[in-house]
Design a protein around this ligand. Sequence first.
Ligand code: NAG
Ligand code: NAG
Length: 995
Amino acid sequence: MALLRFFSIILGALSLAESGAAYKNKPSPFTFAAESTGYQLAGPNVVPEIRVAPNDLPGVIRVAKDLAADFGKVLGVNATVVTADWKATSQQGISKPVIIIGTVGQSSLIDNLATSAKLNTANITNKWETYSHQVLSSPWAGQEAVFVIAGSDLRGTVFGAYQVSEQIGVSPWHYWADVPPISRKYIWANSGVYTEGPPSVKYRGIFLNDEAPALTGWGKANFKQSQYGSAFVSDFYKRIFDLVLRLKGNYVWPAMWSSMFYLDDAKNGPMATEYGIFMGTSHHEPMARADKEQGRFLKGSWDWKSNKGGVQSFMEEGVKRSKDWSTMYTLGMRGSGDAASATLSASSLEEIIKWQQSVLTKVTGKPLSQIPQVWVMYKEVPGYWQKGMSVSDDVTLLWSDDNRGNIRRIPIGNENKRSGGSGMYYHFDYVGDPRNYKWINTIQLQKTWEQMTLAYDRGIDKVWIVNVGDLKALELPTAHFMALAWDRANFDEPDSTTEWLKEWSGRQFGEDVAEATADLMTTYGKLVSRHKYEDLSRTPFAFHASNYDEAERNFQEWSDLVASAQAIHDKLPAATQTSFFEVVLHPITAGHAVFEIYTKTALGSRYATEHRVSANQFAKDVNSAFQRDKDIAKKFHTVLNGKWNHFMDQTHIGYNNWQEPGSNSLPKQTYVTSLSGNNAKSALMGVTPQYSSQSFPSTTSKLSLPPLSPFTPPTEQRYLDIYARDNGTFSYTITSSASSYVSITKPNGTITAPGPTSNTDKRSYIFVSDWTSVPKGSTTVTITVTNTAISPQTVATISLPLENPPTIPSDFTTGHVELDKTISIEAAHFGPSSSKEYLTIPTYGRTLSGVKLAPTSKSYPSASYSDGPHLSFPFYTFTPSTSSASVTVYLSPSENANPTQPNKYTFTIDDASPTTVQPVPVNDQSSQPAGWADAVIKGAYIRTSNFPSSLKLSPGKHELKIWLSEPTMVLTKIVIDLGGGVKTSLLGPPESFRL
Ligand SMILES: *[C@@H]1O[C@H](CO)[C@@H](O)[C@H](O)[C@H]1NC(C)=O
Ligand SMILES: *[C@@H]1O[C@H](CO)[C@@H](O)[C@H](O)[C@H]1NC(C)=O
């Protein structure tokens, strides 16, 4: 049979880490056509045999079986695993295609292939977690070829095996997100050496946390509970380790709210070691002992000062128990149960860590430098370090974010010279102030990219661990984080996250929908960056109910997103739909329902003040959305016969403090009752101009639309809403005092209530059809809405200001143009004279994108306006500035990650004196700076500065320049208010017209 077609010689090596480029598809050693060159591993009635040496590590023999089963998922027939040494293997030709898997120095197969010089192990030997894939021709007499997976160590080999699984078509998410395997008939291994590793970050992993009710409820329904009542037993951790290793991770902090990893199942500890996972314990669980063990086994209280002996023997037990397993020890100490201790001080912590390290060496018999150990700089802990402590260099300082994805601290001074290096404890989920976020995914990947590449580039490369909550629902940010940790070089370019997302979506859901899925999740990331679900119940509603149509537009984006996601979902093959639902469609539809609840509550409340009957429809819609939220959770709980039951048990609607509510509850709705009195009929018609908090007939003040000019941004359209204020019917006409150049869509209509909103509410757009006919300068057109159904007719008059400014001179070729005393600028739209040290992160942040300094290694701490890189924003105005003129700068919620060089920006307009702003105060590192909660809720630091008193802008051409001082700052938007132009909103005015 034409099984072996291997004839090409090995042509050089291919490195999988292509540095300097945006995220790229890794070159695959496989092709899947019926005919190909290379070594055929599978075809009709052909399945490979996997050979592993009996002397190899148990974790390698284990993964060989996984690989065989993964071939089975792809081919329909399992590969076979043969455990055989070199002697038994090399006697004669083997009839099946052969895959040899093994670890350098541990496998008689690999070592003999290396000795016979067939297998080039030069690039993997003695490396950390490195593997290569290569086809060898004539490895022994009678054998035409073999495909080799050679690893430098246990995890190197394991990653090499799972890489094959993924490349032939088994996703790391085969279990946790039900990604179906790709069916294949043929598999060919190409010639060439494919090497990957060592990883960018040495220890990379996840923390299962805040694990009730979802993960805990699910666990109890699926696994036999331990004698202590925990379901997080070895059958559970097998699933976790499978995922972590397939994501090329090696580190796990186990669930700990009500479980004890080492005690809940005696197999847990040794199993982690066999698989190749380093087990740690969370930041407040030192020396490999769970928090929950304290209540059972600690003699006396958890207090170093009053109970040193008791605490010491408790901690020492932890090391004794875990010393033969792969363990990363958490050092230090905090108070009981994730709280600060009242009795600890910098000097007692110093003493604790010294003592802990002496126990580590004593019990394990290893030098400190060979024992992985972290001290977690979480919450109040950096405050002790800040006071100056003498701590052995061998411990890794595990810095942390602010629980909301903003890195609190990067290494400074000599900290990067410490042999233990630095790590990062990051969050995709949190329980605590200002509010929990633990329901579903609220992570913007571009932000993870921005913060974690900064961390890496500033020396945080020893340990990365991320809190993934219940894990499920956070599949996407988890996959992204692990990909970054594995190979930072794949993520050099600012658009690499988008590229990665496309590639990832293609692998999970198919190439056909890769780009569309990436678009969906990019938009989703933007929408959730504006507010987390749990923060939406604050009042007033974050998104303004009338200004800039903010609430309405934001919700429209959600509705459009749902429609696109549903359409993509419906076209997918059935097997992929489940997975797509779990990862993509669910968060989009579930998020949409929650936004509908809060948006329509806010709009309904505004409508009620207008006596608009559709307030009642909105209240109904809110109730339906509340029901839909339940239905969506139920659907999640019933896919695949209830495989994921309980994962959506988390409450998320009706938060009124940081802690979750006991049950979901609706915000209060406002209803409109019948108009009473004789004039009810004449009061039937209501009219509200766009952006207005005033309406006809409720208000006695003059109604006005926002102005129009030839420089109205294309996204802006003026409109009037005409609606019923009670049950009844009326007809209306809309006319303008300048019909030769002002046009009105739907200039007449009929309103009928009760009924759907399409009958009770109509929107007419008003636009200028011919600017050449509009008088120059400022004029006002009167728009009249007449209720023609009654006599005497009721008439609403609304003024429409028109600004027809002088022509912009031809030397103003690029920049933003004023409308209504406002110049709103997206940061990415900087002018051509900006310094080249700035790069744009596409789709970053709440509106369009972000701009930051590059490279991340460089800072400009003096924020000097005379030198250092700046951004230039040319703009054109028609209105003179007044004394209330201001500049508002929108930045990412980044912290002062280097406390000796706080984030600052300086701006100038034209030749006026510069204004320097430090958006975040530097405070004691034991807590968060003032203004922090507001910034993380809004997803932005928003800082407004008045114009310097010397600055008076006359109409004409101007330039704003801005200097950022630190690469952790991301500028997203700038709004110039010439005085009284800008209205209150969360996101700022829509971007101005741009030349
Ligand atoms: C080993 O790595 C070097 C440097 O990347 C490369 O030039 C060489 O081709 C590699 N050799 C093999 C056999 O992979
Ligand atoms: C393939 O392997 C898997 C995992 O070991 C096993 O569950 C399955 O039954 C095997 N299939 C066949 C056809 O042997």
